[in-house]
Design a protein around this ligand. Structure first.
Ligand code: HEM
Length: 499
């Protein structure tokens, strides 16, 4: 054989080897590669992640590795194994991954870099300001801001409208109220006005940016996404330090973050503004669709809505407050905690609409213990993923999982926390907020603000769905990224209640 032929054969086998990708080792989970080099199973996964994973689970069992867009992702499909994964903090890291993707999405320089020593840890420390005692101030402020937006936009009767029904689009309604009230609570208001005059434009730009979010997370370069780069610049500019310095009533959380960012000379004003913009996305990107689903399930289940409304009135009465629509409502953190049916409504809506994926990167080759009998080998750089939607929709854990049940999370007059799989009690049975080290630090605030929003809706309005609409389904375009959006908006009617 000539030397040339040998070289050609060598090259061919090298190419074939690269195209075939890696092979499964004996102690590793089953490997699902797909036939398209690099892409692997990305297209099927992207089309409908939930169905794809369920199908693989039927074929390969509770744990398998999938080749997706050049990455090897090991999915753990049995929720009984979640605790051992979540425990593996040392070998499985979240923030390295998020620090690769978030800067591309929001436009700030990577946080874990030599240029900003300590910044990452300090940022994590600021998350405490969303919880504990600080939650009381945030919740009070949110109540006032919700009341302000309700009063000025929805409670004043216009001439000719007395007692009449108004029509609205439900998602748009939730979006306008929750976006503005959350913004005012977190970032504050202009010193000389109670509301930001550019709020509508800001929100519309945000919605346009948000519609590109799945592509940005998939690391599609922003310059390929038409106007998105310009819109992002506009959104970031809203948070430039000279503008934010003209706002008052800013939360301690944002004040602390501004002080912290100011300590780093390497950060330009536009980088600091991009951090604030990212936090805007974190604070409303999931809260708005979550508010929508909770409102939708209540309005489409009038008997459930009545139970919750009565519960809210009872809690107010218990504190000696008789609801009167001319007076502003205040519901303290303690009162919100007493609203069991409302809490169950929100948790049930989150269960039905959330499709977040919890990802960790293996920091070294190691053996991942799954339960008392089984372990699998994991390679450095691989991603370990939990996909809680499959737990939320498991009929063994949740009877009739597609159905909204008001009392799903209530038992004997308290919160129900025991759910079972294979006869064993689950530690993790509802995971809309992620898990372990990357668990959402805004989760208590989010639930409180959705509660407050629903309380005001139920206290002030009679609410109905417009007739002739089919049941709304989820749009899976954001699968893996958080709360799913509805596939269409919903027409509803509302009128001031006569109290
Ligand atoms: C219903 C509403 C919300 C849902 C479902 C939600 C969900 C999540 C999830 C799943 C994560 C983890 C991401 C991951 O592991 O990849 C996360 C992280 C985060 N969330 Fe939320 N969130 C909500 C509301 C909020 C609010 C209101 C805030 C702030 C005011 C907030 C701030 C954050 C932050 C800062 C992180 C990043 C944490 C980190 O880097 O360690 N979230 N959220």
């Amino acid at each position: 054989m000539s030397t040339l032929l040998l070289v050609l054969l060598g090259l061919l086998s090298l190419i074939l080897c690269v195209l075939r990708g890696r092979n499964r080792r004996e102690d590793e989970p089953p490997l699902i590669k797909g036939w398209i080099p690099y892409i692997g199973k990305a297209l099927e996964f992207g089309r409908d992640a939930y169905s794809f994973l369920e199908e693989q689970k039927k074929k390969f069992g509770d744990i398998f590795t999938v080749h997706i867009a050049g990455k090897y992702m090991t999915f753990i499909m049995n929720p009984l194994m979640y605790p051992s994964i979540i425990k593996h903090g040392r070998q499985l890291d979240f923030h390295e991954l998020s620090d690769k993707v978030a800067p591309l999405v929001f436009g700030y320089p990577p946080v874990m870099s030599r240029n900003s020593p300590g910044l990452h840890d300090e940022i994590i420390r600021t998350f405490q300001l969303l919880q504990g005692d600080n939650l009381t101030a945030l919740t009070e402020s949110m109540m006032g801001n919700l009341m302000l937006v309700f009063r000025q936009d929805h409670l004043a009767e216009r001439p000719g409208e007395e007692g009449g029904w108004k029509s609205g689009s439900m998602y748009e309604f939730c979006n306008s109220v929750m976006f503005e009230a959350t913004f005012l609570t977190i970032y504050g208001k202009p010193v000389s006005a109670s509301r930001h005059s550019e709020m509508r434009t800001l929100r519309e730009d945000f919605v346009r940016f948000d519609s590109m979010f799945p592509l940005l997370i998939a690391q599609v370069p922003i310059r390929l996404l038409r106007q998105t780069k310009v819109i992002r610049e506009k959104l970031i500019n809203y948070f430039l330090p000279h503008r934010m310095s003209c706002w008052s009533n800013t939360s301690q959380f944002i004040k602390r973050r501004s002080e912290l960012l100011d300590q780093y000379d390497t950060l330009r004003d536009v980088d600091k503004a991009a951090h604030h913009f990212a936090m805007l996305w974190a604070s409303v990107g999931n809260t708005i669709p979550a508010s929508f689903w909770a409102m939708y399930y209540l309005v489409s289940h009038p008997e459930a809505l009545e139970v919750v409304r009565q519960e809210v009135l009872d809690v107010l009465n218990l504190s000696g407050v008789e609801f009167n629509r001319d007076k502003d409502v205040t519901l303290s953190r303690e009162q919100l905690e007493k609203l069991l049916y409302l809490e169950s409504t929100i948790n049930e809506s989150l269960r039905l609409s959330s499709a977040s994926m919890n990802m960790r990167v293996a920091q070294e080759d190691f053996s991942l213990r799954l339960d008392s009998e089984r372990s699998v080998a994991i390679r450095k750089g691989d991603i370990i993923a939990l996909y809680p939607q499959s737990l939320h929709m498991d009929p063994e854990i949740y009877e009739e999982p597609q159905t909204f049940r008001l009392d799903r999370y209530i038992q004997d007059g308290r919160e129900k926390t025991d759910f079972y799989k294979d006869g064993q009690k689950l530690k993790y049975y509802r995971m809309p907020f992620g898990s372990g080290s990357s668990m959402c630090p805004g989760r208590y605030f989010a639930v409180n603000e959705i509660k407050q929003f629903l309380c005001l809706l139920l206290l002030y309005f009679d609410l109905q769905l417009e007739e002739g609409q089919s049941r709304v389904t989820v749009d899976s375009g954001r699968a893996g990224l958080g709360i799913l959006l509805p596939s269409t908006d919903v027409c509803f009617r509302y009128r001031l209640r006569t109290v």
